[in-house]
Design a protein around this ligand. Structure first.
Ligand code: NCD
Ligand code: ZN
Length: 342
């Protein structure tokens, strides 16, 4: 992208977002709803979103918290192997996807899947496949922290082969192994965060420990980031932007036993624009990465929204309603100039 004073993005989508609930939802939701047309909303609440009633009620709380902003929450259900076709059919019109968490692998995932037995998962995954409901997966084993995602690739491949018509989204990929898997199976797709395009483990723990950059999966090696950058900047048609913006109160991050999650939603588009410009990637690719690819993959038509970014230094605030954003107090090159709905 040539250096420019203005960048216009149409209908940005965030295909992996944590909006939380209650006071936190009220505090952070407009950091997404103002600049994005819609987002896939993760179901890892306490308790997790596992029933039709819970999905509908959570969506209503989100819409209430949003107020006048124009934004579509694409709802998800917390995957359980016990879901049967009749249940999935009954909830089909209220959700866009299901999210599978390995048990205990990340924040509020205790009720997730233990062990990956294809036969045990077959009834639920076959039904999803027939109903054209995508499966979003947090792909980490409980192995050594740096190897968890690479170890999970064989599970992705087993699932992709066993359910060839099931769309499987490898969420927030961080490794070259996951990037390589994308082209091996037609039904594997991926989301990539802005933080994993910007940082490596060195930025998290190479100097003074940076709790606001600590997340699951942990940022990896430079060659992993290179592999992610390559497909994101080229807008590989099977990758899409998903922030995995995951707010935790400041005290839960700046403490002994730091919660995992990077809060990026309010600065994601500014950082992405700067990144694409720095790497000389085209505006067309940025548009595809933040919206077009997701529209094709999920078959969604977002609300129209035009976001104008201006090349004007922007100092990221130290806090958004009690949550510390990525790169707090640092200056970045782009700011949001205007958002037009409709
Ligand atoms: C997420 C959260 O806080 O909900 N944390 C994170 O580090 N990404 C959960 C998740 O997506 O793993
Ligand atoms: Zn997440």
């Amino acid at each position: 992208m040539p250096s420019t004073n203005q960048v216009i993005l149409n209908a940005p989508l965030d295909m992996h977002l944590h909006l939380r609930d209650g006071e936190m939802l009220d505090n952070i939701v407009n950091g997404s709803a103002h600049t994005f047309s819609g987002a896939i909303i993760m179901p890892n609440l306490v308790p997790p979103v596992t029933t039709k009633e819970a999905v509908i009620a959570y969506k209503e709380r989100i819409m209430h918290a949003i107020g006048d902003e124009k934004f579509t929450p694409y709802m998800t259900l917390f995957f359980k192997p016990s879901y049967d076709k009749a249940f999935l059919e009954s909830v089909r019109d209220d959700i866009t996807a299901l999210k599978l968490y390995p048990a205990g692998i990340t924040t509020n995932s205790e009720g997730g899947v233990s062990g990956f037995d294809v036969e045990e998962l077959r009834p639920a995954l076959s039904a999803m496949s027939e109903l054209n409901l995508p499966l979003c997966v947090h792909g980490e084993t409980n192995g050594f922290v740096m190897d968890r995602e690479a170890e999970f690739v064989s599970i992705y491949e087993e699932l992709a082969a066993a359910f060839p018509d099931l769309k499987i989204i490898m969420e927030h990929i961080t490794t070259k192994e996951s990037v390589a898997a994308l082209d091996k199976f037609k039904n594997l797709y991926a989301t990539i965060t802005i933080h994993h395009l910007l940082i490596t483990l060195d930025d998290v723990a190479g100097g003074m420990l940076q709790p606001h950059l600590f997340c699951k999966p942990i940022a990896k090696r430079p060659e992993d980031r290179e592999a992610l950058l390559k497909v994101a900047l080229a807008a590989h048609p099977k990758v899409m932007f998903g922030s995995d913006s995951a707010p935790h109160p400041k005290h839960a991050k700046e403490s002994c036993g730091c919660a995992a999650g990077v809060f990026t939603a309010p600065v994601a588009l500014q950082l992405l624009t700067e990144l694409f410009e720095k790497n000389d990637a085209s505006l067309e690719n940025l548009q595809a990465f933040v919206s077009g690819n997701a529209q094709h993959i999920y078959g969604v038509t977002p609300l129209s929204k035009t976001v104008t970014l201006e090349k004007k230094p922007f100092k990221i605030p130290s806090d958004y309603n009690g949550v510390v954003p990525m790169y707090a107090n640092e200056e970045i090159a782009y700011s949001i100039q205007e958002v037009k709905n409709g």
